[in-house]
Design a protein around this ligand. Sequence first.
Ligand SMILES: Nc1ncnc2c1ncn2[C@@H]1O[C@H](COP(=O)(O)OP(=O)(O)OP(=O)(O)O)[C@@H](O)[C@H]1O
Length: 237
Amino acid sequence: MADPVLKLEGVVSGYGDTTVLHGIDLTVGQGERVAIIGRNGVGKTTLLSTVMGLTRLHAGRVMSAGVDVSTLAPHKRVGAGLGLVPQTRDIFPSLTVEENLLAGLRGDARIDEAYEMFPRLAERRSNGGAQLSGGEQQMLAIARTLLGQPRLLMLDEPLEGLAPVICDMLMETFERIAADGTHTVLLVEQHTELALDFAERVVILDAGAVVEDATAEALRADPARVERHVGVGMLAD
Ligand SMILES: Nc1ncnc2c1ncn2[C@@H]1O[C@H](COP(=O)(O)OP(=O)(O)OP(=O)(O)O)[C@@H](O)[C@H]1O
């Protein structure tokens, strides 16, 4: 069997001497769609940042497709097939859309792939990053990460603060990306309902630890397992 796209073994990580994640074991197989949910501040962003090498790893290992990337710099992890669309989007405001996309380009990826996925970006290719709406910035952040040809696409609360019509469009895009046979998607999402709709498997974090790792179907059938950790009323009846 192929090595998992991502394997965390006993990961303890945080910022400086502070630890936020307290021994995470998590395996994500090729082609899976996994959502990570949990209350504010439980460590969801820290988990994705740890995979990319943006936190301090105090203990444990991060493996990507059988390779130990634990000590690699973030840009080297991009080369190893890991891609993150951060919550802060991190586009370059003073560069044009096209220049932002060029910054993410790797291998034989083509800028046109980004424009095919998001025609709106083609229309705005000469506009500066700072001139874009929030939705356009998110499209740009997603497209730029995809041009890095990640095996694992990690999305950190990609719908936050966006209009419902943009959210619907982005969710459809994520569905297409997840179904194209080349991407594995790890989605951090505040909205439990959306996470369960999108993902086949849901991991719940609480206080820096994995407290549930189950199919979306199993969690839907037993809402108390979810509500115990994310609060009641987070799931539709
Ligand atoms: N750069 C940082 N330096 C120090 N502490 C941080 C940093 N970023 C996050 N933290 C702390 O780490 C803990 C986990 O934060 P994290 O952002 O990973 O949680 P989260 O589950 O993603 O929350 P949210 O849903 O609010 O984004 C919090 O206590 C937070 O204050």
